[in-house]
Design a protein around this ligand. Sequence first.
Ligand SMILES: Nc1ncnc2c1ncn2[C@@H]1O[C@H](COP(=O)(O)OP(=O)(O)OP(=O)(O)O)[C@@H](O)[C@H]1O
Ligand SMILES: [Mg+2]
Length: 527
Amino acid sequence: MKTVALSLLGISLDNRGKGKKRWERWRPTISLCQQDDLLIERMELIFPPQFQQLADEVSRDIKVISPQTKVRHHHIAQTDPWDFESVYADLHDFARHYSFDLEKENYLIHITTGTHVAQICLYLLTEANYLRGRLIQTSPVPNNGSQRSTYQIIDLDLSKYDRIASRFSKEHIEGAAQLKGGIETKNKLFNKTIAQLEQVSIRSHHPILLTGSTGTGKTALAKRIFQLKKQRGQLTGFLVEVNCATLRGDNAMSALFGHIKGAFTGAVNNRQGLLLEADRGVLFLDEIGELGLDEQAMLLRAIEEKSFTPFGSDKTVSSNFQLISGTNRDLFVQVKKGLFRADLLARINLWTYCLPCLKQRLEDLEPNIDYELEQFSLQSGSLIGFNTAAREKYIKFATSPLTEWAANFRDLNASITRMATLAPGGRITIDIVEDEIQRLKKNWGKIIKLKKKNQINPLIKQPIDLFDQVQVEEVIKICQNSASAAEAGRVLFNISRQNKTSNNDSHRLTQFLKKFGLSFDELKKKI
Ligand SMILES: Nc1ncnc2c1ncn2[C@@H]1O[C@H](COP(=O)(O)OP(=O)(O)OP(=O)(O)O)[C@@H](O)[C@H]1O
Ligand SMILES: [Mg+2]
């Protein structure tokens, strides 16, 4: 690979020293071609036409100290070297028209010459990949005769610098720990989710969607994301939280988007609305699946255009907020049911994180138990702990796959609260643990029964009203117990048959099943 340097002619630095004296002075562009361990095979010298004479002198001197270096001249128009816009435009033009041959040549962009404005522009153009090389700077060697010089190549991929990389990773680890509330979690999936979320929180202003069952920590995590962003100087505004399940009717519109005085009966004053309050901060829409369709349409516009119209007003207002949404519903199912707008889902479903249930991260129960105990101790002002055998028993139960942890952290929090409250002298005993285990088992037993009762037959794939569900489930059972559609029809339409009001039972049954995406043969196959 050939090494090619692109350098602005240094109008003052490359013009130092007259006659022989010039060899005693440090001249950056010339010194770049004078390095023992760096052969510049071609120098692309960039300058405004009025400095042709200086460029010729510099080119001659380069030939003297480095005969292998071929120097090529490039004119750029330069009206005002201190004007950012015009310097950027000139260098941008140069970069666009220069043909980089990356397969055969390495490029070094020399940033020691030129005004500070030009140096900033060279940096920006290199970072944006218009200039396809690495930055290089030259400098005189201090206290060693000013004609000696050295150079340093600056790679914009900062992760290549060990000390910088370790700073980044320390910051990343601290950020992730903050998102985890300082709890040493071990679950791989959860830790991976948090590690990515830390990066997204810092680098992106786009919507974040947190999903997962109730009590998995969505609300708590949203608050921590806000704190992390605030700490890293990403935002100056507030965290504005709203649970969408509490927004209904006119109140929903005006709570979110504000209203003007007199917009409706009872609107006696202007109201700012939550979206405006969240300007430059975070708007956390918890339970977003509960938001009404009209509000969803307005919200979509507010996210896309960063502006919206308060209720009753004819003027739009703007607000620049980061949206974090939380939901324990499957929003795709909600879209299918016509309860959630597909376009809004597409907009908020960019950085989506599903928080795992406690049952899926049993290895994290122990650190979370300690965390809950610590929290309780802090709040109650007295230190609470387990007796050794009691702790072993509780942890063994808590981490057994037979546990439900149906309401996730809420269950854990309630369980620790109960035991800590009953702990005599601040010690949780084995008796307390045994009672607690019985209590949890009893609670979960009720939940499992309820779940079973409400479980929809898995053969029914489409959303279905309870009214239809009851009927379809019974029909499925009868079909599965019958040898043929005709036999099932005889059972199902017995009265109509006797009254002779129905003549083709199989057809009637087939039509009914079809309405719910089912067929008799399919039902029989899946027993
Ligand atoms: N990582 C965690 N470790 C320990 N406790 C947690 C953690 N995350 C949340 N909690 C606690 O668990 C409880 C429920 O958490 P949170 O309200 O964030 O859940 P959620 O997923 O938003 O639930 P819902 O869907 O019902 O709104 C809160 O008391 C919270 O402080
Ligand atoms: Mg919540």
